[in-house]
Design a protein around this ligand. Sequence first.
Ligand SMILES: Cc1cc2nc3c(=O)[nH]c(=O)nc-3n(C[C@H](O)[C@H](O)[C@H](O)COP(=O)(O)OP(=O)(O)OC[C@H]3O[C@@H](n4cnc5c(N)ncnc54)[C@H](O)[C@@H]3O)c2cc1C
Length: 426
Amino acid sequence: MQRFEIVVVGAGPAGIAAAVSAAESGAQVCVLDAGAAPGGQIWRGGAERHSRTAARWATRLRQGQQISVQQNTQVVAPLAAGELLVERPDGPQSIGYDRLILATGARELLLPFPGWTLPGVTGVGGLQALIKGGVPIKGRRVVVAGSGPLLLAVAAGLRRSGAEVRLIAEQSDWARLLAFGAQLPLDPARLLQALRLRATLGRTAYRAGCWVEQAHGAEQLEAVTLRHGAQRWREPCEQLACGFGLVPNSELAATLGCAINAGAVVVDYAQQTSVSGILAAGEVAGIAGVEAALAEGAIAGYIAAGRPAQAQPLLARRAAARRFARRLEHTFALRAELRQLASAQTIVCRCEDVHYAALAEHPSWRSAKIHTRCGMGPCQGRICGAATSVLFGWTPESIRPPVAPVALATLITTSSAHSINLEEHV
Ligand SMILES: Cc1cc2nc3c(=O)[nH]c(=O)nc-3n(C[C@H](O)[C@H](O)[C@H](O)COP(=O)(O)OP(=O)(O)OC[C@H]3O[C@@H](n4cnc5c(N)ncnc54)[C@H](O)[C@@H]3O)c2cc1C
């Protein structure tokens, strides 16, 4: 077993800032990340390619004398206290730590509607990731729908890649969006960002109070039905990118015993979780964007390395980023109509093919899981769990390891450490 003073899980902005701050304070650090390169979601494919800020952080990570960065390494479960089970292409291994920083980020919230499982329908960030991975989009007609600022960032990226963005459909209404926009001049950096996006998007149609009701196609997406007030129409397209915000990846934290509230890891002013020696930073501790992730990561890194004074100047930056996040949350709160989009026959759990009607008769996530196998497929409820929380108000009572699909050899190690019944997993 390898052992480190500080282990950071996740090499997105929060994990990079945590590792760099801890190592530059003299600690010996290991970063474990499931991706092929550091960067997380926003700096996917290598931070250097994205912005000057991203490149600076990437350089500090690369040059860190005391940092071991281990990519393609998925943390799947806690083992004994102070020990994690990781899965690598060459098999399972255990990693020990004195202090742990969780920076596992977030995933998209996808809500079911008729046709959402058709090829050609993806999440908003999902389509962005495909394009960053080299999937061609040039000349394809795309509808971007759902909610939040990610819609604009992704639509701009699609245009730059040569896609024909037919429409951006934002479910929030103009009253909320205008109230939000009215405050932007107080924040020149974000105002500039918004103006740049506007320039890239040119005349791309943007409709507020608008959402997708249905996706159509025989084998592949051919069109979507959009709703805007009393108006409904069919928009032909080959691609629909649809996402309703983000959900923290808090499952690993839950298996470590950290308190969770509204899906996010609970942290104090020093990014400490409810479990001594475990800190959390970035979107796993609440959706707040890249500025908050960087500030929180650096704070967690300094605190874990025993340098609280170094964290002090970052507190104001974190507070400002969190205030901005609260405004975003209010602006893009989901409307009630989105809970009514699925029909009786709409699949909600894609892994186990469970329809809406089969779930609607159950009082809780646990009951639905036992009777329908909802949430028991390869994604372990990462997608349908968040969706049923919006649709039915359910919350999972417990999270069990492993937190990601694993090879049988890894599963055997996990099951013996946690007394898991293997039959439930195969
Ligand atoms: C799909 C998607 C696309 C996004 N695109 C943009 C964008 O274009 N612009 C923008 O401003 N914001 C974007 N965001 C929001 C952005 O992610 C945040 O603002 C910010 O990057 C959060 O940083 P983070 O470090 O907290 O998490 P992330 O950047 O999500 O990094 C988390 C890292 O942890 C790793 N990880 C998670 N669990 C494990 C585990 N068990 N074991 C090992 N590694 C693990 C992941 O592989 C990932 O590398 C996007 C979010 C998502 C979900």
